[in-house]
Design a protein around this ligand. Structure first.
Ligand code: PAF
Length: 281
């Protein structure tokens, strides 16, 4: 496995691969890899000739300095994990390598960025879009793989690719869960044993909400779900929303053919967790 710290080395590797007509599957990450990441990577490796991964804790997508400081950084362990899945190259740039100068670019994703994560984390998606665009420009992947746990991020990235006409196929990948239903996340390692025991309740409520969709209208169902989450003292709920998959706007009436999901973000102790579930109304 090749490990590149610079943009130049990475570009050289991918341009050689492209000259040989090899396809590149790319999985961008912020490290602290878990089995959910590995699932994306195995798929990328299976569907392409080469697997390229990036590990970069992108400071400009954090709207909270403590969250950035506490974000787990375990590069040595990550590299060991990558070796087990036959990764071809990993790009691990420094902040200076990625951002030699301050960046002032502002994207406009319209209503997609004003709800849920966008409303609670100002500037977050702009930071994500800046880094993803730059990574795509460096790695020039044929396909890039993103987990559906960050469903709104996925929508933003699809919109970015369309807006900037970036020639890459975005491949959404299903959420990978622990046996007890907790969505896998790099942040889970920061949960105390008591918080970790509590966390699967999030998915249980989501499943209950999905199960009730046939019998309740979306506004009442949203209120019901919120109440279940707020009933848990340990949960500091930021939002619980039932929204349309394409627009991410709140659903007020079920409509035939419309895709719906329930989305949640909450703090459990110091750790912010998000999750979602598809609803078949
Ligand atoms: O989902 C993530 O890990 C990050 O937001 C991403 C896409 C790697 C950009 O920093």
């Amino acid at each position: 496995m090749l490990v590149f710290k610079t943009i130049d080395e990475t570009r050289k590797f991918v341009s050689q691969a492209r000259e040989l007509d090899q396809t590149i599957g790319f999985v961008p990450t912020m490290g602290a890899l878990h089995p959910g990441h590995l699932e994306l990577m195995r798929r990328a490796k299976k569907e392409n000739d080469l697997l390229v991964v990036s590990i970069f804790v992108n400071p400009i997508q954090f709207n909270n300095a403590t969250d950035l400081k506490k974000y787990p950084r375990v590069l040595f362990k990550d590299l060991e994990m990558l070796k087990t899945i036959d990764c071809d190259a990993v790009f691990v740039p420094s902040v200076k390598e990625m951002y030699p100068e301050p960046i002032n670019k502002t994207f406009d994703f319209g209503p997609l960025e004003n709800v849920m994560e966008g409303a609670f984390r100002p500037g977050h998606f702009n930071g994500v879009a800046i880094v993803v665009e730059k990574l795509f420009e460096i790695v020039e992947p044929h396909k890039a793989y993103f987990g559906e746990k960050d469903f709104q991020q996925l929508a933003i990235i699809k919109s970015l690719v369309e807006m900037e006409r970036i020639p890459v196929e975005i491949v959404p990948c299903a959420i990978v869960r622990e046996k007890d239903g907790l969505a896998m996340s790099s942040r889970n390692v920061r949960l105390s044993p008591e918080e970790r025991a509590m966390a699967p309740r999030i998915f249980k409520v989501l499943k209950e909400v999905a199960g009730k969709a046939g019998e309740m209208d979306p506004v009442l169902l949203q209120q019901w779900g919120m109440k279940q989450l707020q009933a848990e003292e340990a949960f500091d709920v930021e939002y619980f929303q039932i929204a349309e998959d394409a627009t991410l706007q709140t659903i007020v009436n079920w409509q035939i053919g419309q895709g719906a999901l329930a989305f949640v973000a909450l703090k459990l102790g110091q750790v912010r967790l998000i999750d979602n579930i598809r609803i078949n109304s």
